[in-house]
Design a protein around this ligand. Structure first.
Ligand SMILES: [Zn+2]
Length: 257
């Protein structure tokens, strides 16, 4: 995906942001400014940066686990709709895919658990209001991490929950079939999610579901292509391995003089 800016590397993993992320920052800055001037702008941008830091930590959870299994990580890309770790390949062993996938939401739940002591009770808190103190800020992050961890576990392939579903199906089914069923469940849920978001007037959330729909279809096609290519290679290798049948004698027409 073009239109991105490389930021820095975290233990060898490149962190990049998509150009549209700058528009999101401008939008958040403007909202904060309208709410309470310069203070609002600072809190709003700080909340955005803290939120996306948690997104990066989530993706690093996936990436460091994947690296333990020898998977190369090209980069982590941040977009307004979330983050994406780009792997060279995804292990086809269900146990490995499960561990890599679970590591992301586990990071969010760990952050939420770490924030719990300073958050205390959520009863007297308005989650829609702008943060204006460190306590509010901690609560916002606590809440954001709980939502992020839980939302990602929805079985909408290729989100984490969908990958978990694929890995569980792949224990019993061939990998391509497992991907097909996980992608199908994911696409149905993504369409419902987009319709729900549009009905409630959340255009960014609707865009997220449309993106997930397309990504699910794209990844299923990629697995299918890979399977077809492997089948072609196997057939070719099998042909090489079987000894060629004896050549039939070449019959030449002979004419008498
Ligand atoms: Zn994830």
């Amino acid at each position: 995906m073009g239109w991105s800016i490389n930021l820095f590397r975290i233990r060898g993993i490149q962190l990049s942001v998509h150009f549209s992320f700058l528009l999101l920052m401008a939008y958040f800055g403007w909202e904060g400014w309208q709410d309470s001037g310069m203070t609002g702008l600072c809190w709003s941008l700080a909340a955005l940066v803290a939120f996306f830091t948690c997104v990066v930590l989530h993706e690093l959870g996936h990436s460091f686990t994947a690296r333990r299994f020898g998977v190369g990580i090209r980069r982590i890309l941040l977009m307004p709709i979330g983050g994406m770790a780009e792997f060279d390949s995804i292990p086809r062993q269900p146990s490995r895919e499960l561990l890599i996938t679970l590591a992301g939401p586990a990071v969010n739940f760990a952050i939420a658990a770490a924030l719990w002591p300073i958050v205390g009770s959520l009863r007297d808190w308005d989650s829609g209001a702008f943060p204006s103190s460190l306590g509010d800020f901690g609560r916002l992050l606590f809440y954001a991490n709980l939502v992020m961890g839980t939302f990602n576990l929805a079985p909408v392939f290729p989100m984490d929950g969908g990958r978990i579903l694929r890995a569980l199906l792949a224990i019993r089914l061939p990998y391509l079939r497992a991907t097909y069923w996980a992608a199908t469940v994911g696409k149905v849920l993504a369409v419902l999610g987009a319709l729900h978001a549009m009905y409630h007037n959340y255009p960014l959330r609707a865009a997220l579901f449309i993106f997930i729909f397309l990504a699910g279809e794209g990844e299923y096609r990629a697995v299918k292509r890979q399977d077809l290519a492997e089948a072609a290679w196997r057939a070719w290798a099998a042909r090489l391995a079987t000894p060629a049948p004896p050549e039939p004698p070449i019959l030449t027409e002979s004419r008498g003089p």
